[in-house]
Ligand binder design. Structure first.
Ligand code: NAI
Length: 400
């Protein structure tokens, strides 16, 4: 039976996913991209050339796949009707725009998939699509399945290392799909990553690795005197004991939140959530040279070689930190503010998260937290449960 997939977005991930969907047997792939003139440019390239995915495997073998989406458009009325799967492959700040665009056209029994979803994806989906969302299957994955990048817009995308495994979640609601969406996605992705299923949609929120970035920025720049630097500091490997202890504290609070939720609401069991140190010891066992502590694990993680702080040029060969980078703009409203919101619903105090958030929001020029409570005037710009009126863990259970 024929399958129709609509990929939302026009960046690296959307290029890769659109190509893999188009290459999948009996599948029509469409692309909905709302940003600027991306749809027009991509359409023009498709008219007179190939669309190629260059897939690089761990043994360094390369496979080139040529497959075209049938349509690339910014018009949801052309992309969405008849789609069995709608896959979001855009940064979280753009999700709201896509939910609103698809709203008039989403049909019951569609799978809506965040790839990645990032914390609060489901809250926003229910908020915008309302009853329509209950008729659909909502899924989200913790990250993109691979590292990937556009080499030539609309023509050529490179897929580098696929992750080993990828955790996702599913809310079936009242939907009855003609396909198994996780199996279908797996067959498009190939052998890796192996798609796994979390207990519930909250679990990936508390497993998100985006909590790493804000504490590292806070620790590095909180005492900065404002003077431009002549060298760009290392991001992960450059952390100091204070950074490690802040990060570990935030991670402790996330784990405490998971435990409190599991205890109060067995329906929302959080059995996969672990401290970051455990994650580094396991997932980076090949590259971490000294796994004694979070500090040593990050300092000696060879996978982080060369990764530096986001900086901007300040003239005369000097640099200042770029606080407009996604480590803050994405990972605060669609990351740490959401985990803070869950902690608040579970009654877990989070002094370290609060300290980090207070600093981050000032850099962003926003107010999410006031003291230890999420009641700032910009809370609605985040995807915390409180931003959508969820007042208790029972409100979250009701979404299952
Ligand atoms: P990207 O950086 O390629 O996304 C850019 C796209 O987002 C643009 O092409 C446009 O379609 C859209 N966009 C940009 N600015 C916009 C605006 N102002 N309004 C509306 N739309 C706008 O993102 P990418 O690389 O595809 O990543 C998607 C998500 O996956 C991100 O959250 C990223 O952090 C995550 N991720 C990416 C990885 C990668 O290797 N590319 C690896 C792991 C995770």
């Amino acid at each position: 039976e024929k399958l129709t997939v609509c990929v939302c977005g026009g960046g690296n991930g959307a290029h890769a996913m659109a190509g893999l969907a188009a290459a999948h047997a009996q599948t029509e792939a469409r692309v909905l991209t709302l940003f600027q003139d991306e749809a027009e440019r991509w359409t023009n390239f498709l008219k007179d050339g190939d669309f190629t995915i260059k897939r690089i495997f761990p043994d360094e073998s390369v496979k080139e796949i040529k497959a075209k989406p049938t349509i690339v458009t910014k018009d949801a009325s052309k992309a969405i009707p008849g789609a069995d799967m709608i896959i979001f492959c855009v940064p979280a700040f753009a999700h709201g725009q896509y939910f609103n665009a698809i709203l008039p056209y989403v049909q019951p029994n569609t799978a809506i998939i965040g790839l990645p979803g990032q914390p609060g994806f489901e809250f926003q989906c229910f908020h915008v699509l309302k009853d329509k969302a209950r008729q659909c299957t909502i899924m989200s994955y913790e990250s993109l399945p691979w590292a990937c990048r556009i080499l030539e817009f609309g023509r050529l995308v490179e897929i580098l290392g696929a992750k080993d495994s990828l955790m996702g979640s599913i809310i079936v609601g009242k939907s009855k799909l003609k396909i198994d969406p996780a199996k279908t996605l797996q067959s498009m992705l190939g052998e890796h990553p192996i798609l796994k299923m979390a207990n519930n949609f909250i679990e990936p929120y508390l497993m998100t690795k985006s909590i790493v970035h804000p504490p590292l920025l806070y620790a590095k720049w909180r005492d900065w005197d404002g003077q431009p630097l002549s060298e760009i500091p290392l991001f992960y490997q450059g952390l100091d004991e204070l950074g490690a202890s802040s990060l570990s504290g935030v991670s402790d609070e996330v784990v405490a939140t998971a435990e409190a939720i599991s205890k109060q609401k067995p329906e929302l069991a959080q059995t996969h959530v672990q401290h970051l140190l455990e994650w580094y010891r396991h997932d980076y066992r090949e590259t971490v040279q000294d796994p004694t502590s979070l500090f040593t694990a990050m300092k000696t993680n060879q996978a982080y070689n060369g990764l530096v702080h986001p900086m901007k040029e300040a003239g005369q060969g000097k640099w200042v930190p770029n606080f407009g980078y996604r480590y803050l703009t994405e990972d605060v409203p669609f990351g740490l503010v959401v985990t803070k919101g869950l902690a608040q619903l579970a009654g877990v105090p989070t002094p370290e998260t609060d300290r980090v958030l207070a600093w981050c929001q000032e850099k962003l020029g926003k107010e999410f937290i006031v003291g230890s409570e999420l009641k700032g005037k910009d809370l609605a710009l985040s995807r915390a449960p409180q931003a959508y009126g969820y007042k208790s863990l029972d409100d979250l259970v009701a979404l299952l």
